[in-house]
Design a protein around this ligand. Structure first.
Ligand code: CP3
Length: 360
């Protein structure tokens, strides 16, 4: 494959020196973009995910319109529960809905650990189509839901906010929950391996709902799930592909997260980047963590807040600029442009020593 024109993101994942801080945004391909809305008027969301040419086109929209330093594949975390045998719908206004949520040992027994080439071939095709269109401009990030977050949707049947059914379930039926987690771990690990074989340059695990758990359940379900997926991936011998972990609401667990095997921790906006940096030392790189709400303010405020995040991390390598969660649908595109420009313009001064050290 052609070498990348812009590999700032991958260098930062490895904590290598860069001339500036790279930036991409979670949910950068989505509803705030008019070009996405136009396609979305013609096709429903899952059709977009299942049609490789369309998924590739949407993946490229933020790269071409905003000049971000990485692309993230347009898809969804719920393609895995679907491939395992559940019926998933994404409804306007309601979010994800699962037809018969998992509640019993028999439900778990019916689920399959899918061969990604058979059941998720459309995602792998979308990766190939995207790489072809990207022509090496920036790296492509693949992703999957982390085991606990997928388990939460599969048991709850929808995204309720506090996922109380799923949290009762792990207490009432811990053995069934463990058996379910086990299947999800293998499904996710196989899926990410297939994405890596198809050519993605990095993978991110989304543990959006980790912060709902008490310490024991967090350890047993969220952290153990992530650790096992990462172990399976590393065992496949692709240490060159960085693994990013977005674990939301778990700022109190920074040291433990740094020991999961992830190369990069993606922080939500409640974390203090400076403190997190001290806590993780040189074990992992950090990604984040502007509050997505800041993008609803005026462009000058957006620029100020971006400078604050850069200053919080401070000088040196190992920071990837991102939001603390996904771009909100009501975000003005102009503000996202201002954010990207600000990070590109203001971040080189934090990399002066990097440049001196390596003749960049
Ligand atoms: O980041 C990107 O640009 C890539 C695409 C992507 C989507 N979903 C597209 C999407 C990614 C990485 C995701 C991950 C995802 N999906 C997560 C983890 C990250 C997070 O935001 O917490 C979760 C929890 C989901 C589940 C999901 N999918 C929800 C809750 C919803 C509905 C609510 C919402 O935020 O839109 C979806 C649908 C979805 N996934 C849309 C998009 C663009 C909106 C679909 C539409 O109506 O057009």
């Amino acid at each position: 494959m052609k070498p990348l024109e812009n590999d700032l993101f991958l260098k930062a994942c490895r904590r290598e020196p860069t001339e500036r801080t790279p930036i991409w945004l979670m949910r950068q391909a989505g509803r705030y973009l008019p070009s996405y809305q136009t396609l979305r008027q013609r096709y429903d969301f899952l059709t977009l995910c299942r049609t490789p040419e369309l998924a590739a086109e949407i993946t490229l929209q933020p790269v071409e319109q905003l000049d971000v330093d990485a692309a993230i594949l347009f898809s969804d975390i719920l393609v895995v529960p679907e491939a395992m045998g559940l019926t998933v719908r994404i409804e306007d206004g309601l979010g994800p809905q699962i037809e018969h949520p998992v509640r019993t040992a028999a439900d778990v027994a019916r689920l399959v650990i899918p061969d990604p080439h058979e059941k998720l071939g459309y995602v792998l095709e979308a990766i190939r189509a995207t790489l072809e269109r990207l022509r090496g401009r920036v790296p492509l990030i693949g992703f999957a839901g982390a085991p606990w977050t997928l388990l939460a949707y599969m048991v709850e049947g929808s995204g309720t906010g506090d996922f109380r059914r799923a949290r009762v379930f792990v207490r009432e039926a811990p053995d069934v929950a463990r058996a379910l987690l086990e299947k999800i771990v293998h499904a996710v690990a196989r899926f990410l391996r297939a994405q890596i074989e198809a050519g993605v340059h990095a993978v991110q695990l989304f543990d959006t709902w980790a912060g709902l758990l008490d310490p024991d359940s967090l350890t047993e379900f969220a952290l153990a799930g992530v650790r096992r997926v990462i172990r399976e991936l590393k065992a496949a011998g692709r240490d060159d592909v960085p693994i990013l972990l977005f674990s939301r609401g778990t700022a109190a667990w920074m040291e433990t997260l740094a020991e999961t095997g992830a190369d990069v921790l993606s922080l939500d906006w409640t974390c203090d980047l400076a403190r997190a940096r001290r806590q993780v030392g040189d074990r992992v790189a950090l990604q984040g963590n502007l509050d997505p709400i800041a993008l609803l303010a005026s462009p000058d405020i957006v620029a100020r807040e971006a400078r604050r995040v850069l200053a919080r991390f401070g000088p040196g390598s190992g920071h990837i600029f991102n939001l603390g969660h996904g771009v909100l649908p009501e975000t003005p595109v102009e503000n996202v442009r201002r954010l990207v420009d600000t990070v590109k313009r203001e971040s080189p001064k934090y990399h002066v020593e990097d440049r001196a050290g390596t003749d960049l």
